[in-house]
Design a protein around this ligand. Structure first.
Ligand code: PMP
Length: 414
């Protein structure tokens, strides 16, 4: 635990919960227990009001207008970029590209970096616990370029086998792309070590931060990752907006991903010259409202304090882990030493879908299935898991409700 965490306070959760209108909802007449935060988080009033405010007061297209509203929208859009840059401590604001989400950010890098730098026989190194969005875009570009996708395996605890990483990191590897935190196992990967080793071999690293950015302070200059991707909707912001951070030197060298308005400097039928960063990678009208409101979600996190958020989440996560461990015939899928956010499990012979449905009837929202990580399910030889995933607004009584719900399902099904 770092010193910032040691001094962080546990948040007043009842007060926090009042910030989130959806948490007051009832499902089947009972208070909602929302434990599907790894899929998407709920939104505080501040964020909802900012969305309303944008469309009600200054909705206008950015970058192209001289009129008052367009200038206001442009200014707010660029302020949001500044907030994201400050949140991850990027060196330059123009290293922040607004995208549609993590998936879109990774596709951008795979396609653009791949087109420029991958040759037949080159390798791309990912891990066995990646979300499909950090597998398939690399498979597609590898197929196109005749490159080879290599995979760092995992062990039975759901941790990366780092001794295999060392062996796989040959001079054929042109990029390493790994997740910081696994969405299906909750494993926190040793990304510092991965980045240091890859850089020692002159290889850039992309970090999928979809499950890290809302839980763990990410200081990109300290981490020194070359690319970082995350989604707004998992960090209390809206859907449809996401971020790609890329180091200036890579983004400068990479070709545009999409062509269209805003990403150009000059267009003739003979030749087009491209705009500077970040606009080179933001073709067309962006999600102006989404970007601005993502900035407000970051304000909310900073107002609350990420250290306090983390401490509060660790408390509820440990409590959940201990209470679930006491349920007979429950087995955890993923037992990593470093964990965050999500707990995956199976109970006896109960199919995860059946467990999910019975919990739903008790107004408990969990996710069941492969969580877009089918290779993880294949590794453990299971059809899927039940996943409870936590945010700082989850409480111990909600964990108690989950445990009670599982016990009830066990009595009925196991
Ligand atoms: N990576 C990880 C680790 C994720 O958890 C997710 C979302 N479940 C994604 C990528 C994809 O995010 P999005 O669907 O928001 O693009």
């Amino acid at each position: 635990m770092n010193s910032e965490l040691a001094t962080a306070v546990i948040l007043d959760i009842e007060k926090i919960r009042k910030d989130f209108p959806l948490l007051q909802t009832k499902v089947y007449g009972k208070p909602l227990v929302y434990l599907d935060n790894a899929a998407t988080t709920q939104k505080p009033f501040m964020v909802l009001q900012a969305l309303d405010d944008y469309y009600a007061r200054y909705n206008s297209n950015v970058h192209r207008g001289v009129h008052y509203l367009s200038q206001q929208a442009t200014e707010a859009y660029e302020v949001a970029r500044r907030k994201v840059a400050a949140y991850i401590n990027a060196l330059h604001e123009h290293e922040i590209i607004f995208t549609k989400g993590t998936t879109n950010s990774i596709n951008l890098v795979a396609s653009s970096f791949g087109r420029k730098f991958l040759k037949p026989g080159d390798e791309v190194l990912i891990s066995a616990m990646e979300h499909h969005s950090n597998i398939v875009p690399w498979q597609m570009i590898c197929e196109e370029k005749g490159a080879i996708l290599k995979v760092i395996p995992i062990n039975d605890q759901g941790e990366l086998r780092m001794e295999r990483f060392d062996e796989l990191l040959t001079d054929k590897v042109k990029i390493v792309a790994v997740t910081y935190v696994s969405n299906s196992l909750g494993t926190v990967n040793p990304v510092q070590e991965i980045i240091q080793k890859a850089h020692a071999a002159g290889i850039p690293v992309l970090l999928d931060c979809a499950q890290a950015i809302q839980h763990i302070p990410v200081n990109i200059q300290e981490l020194d990752a070359d690319f970082l991707a995350f989604s707004g909707h998992k960090i209390y912001g809206p859907t449809g907006i996401g971020v790609l951070y890329g180091k200036e030197r890579w983004l400068d060298e990479m070709p545009p991903y999409e062509g269209g308005g805003d990403m150009i400097k000059n267009v003739t039928f003979a030749k087009t010259t491209y705009n500077e960063l970040p606009f080179k990678f933001e073709a067309g009208t962006p999600d102006i409202a989404g970007s601005i409101v993502l900035g407000v979600a970051i304000d909310y996190i900073q107002k609350t304090g990420l250290a306090a958020i983390r401490q509060t989440e660790e408390d509820v996560l440990n409590y959940a882990y201990n209470r679930l461990a006491a349920i007979p015939s429950l087995r955890f899928i993923g037992n990593a030493r470093q964990r965050s956010g999500a707990i995956s499990f199976l109970v006896g012979n109960i199919h995860p879908f059946d467990m999910g449905e019975l919990l739903d009837k008790q107004s408990i929202a969990v996710r069941t299935g492969h969580h877009c990580t089918q290779p993880v399910m294949d590794f453990f030889k299971i059809p899927g898991t039940v996943r409870a995933s936590f945010a700082f607004y989850n409480t111990r009584p909600e964990v108690d409700a989950l445990v009670k719900g599982i016990e009830k399902a066990r009595q009925m099904l196991d």
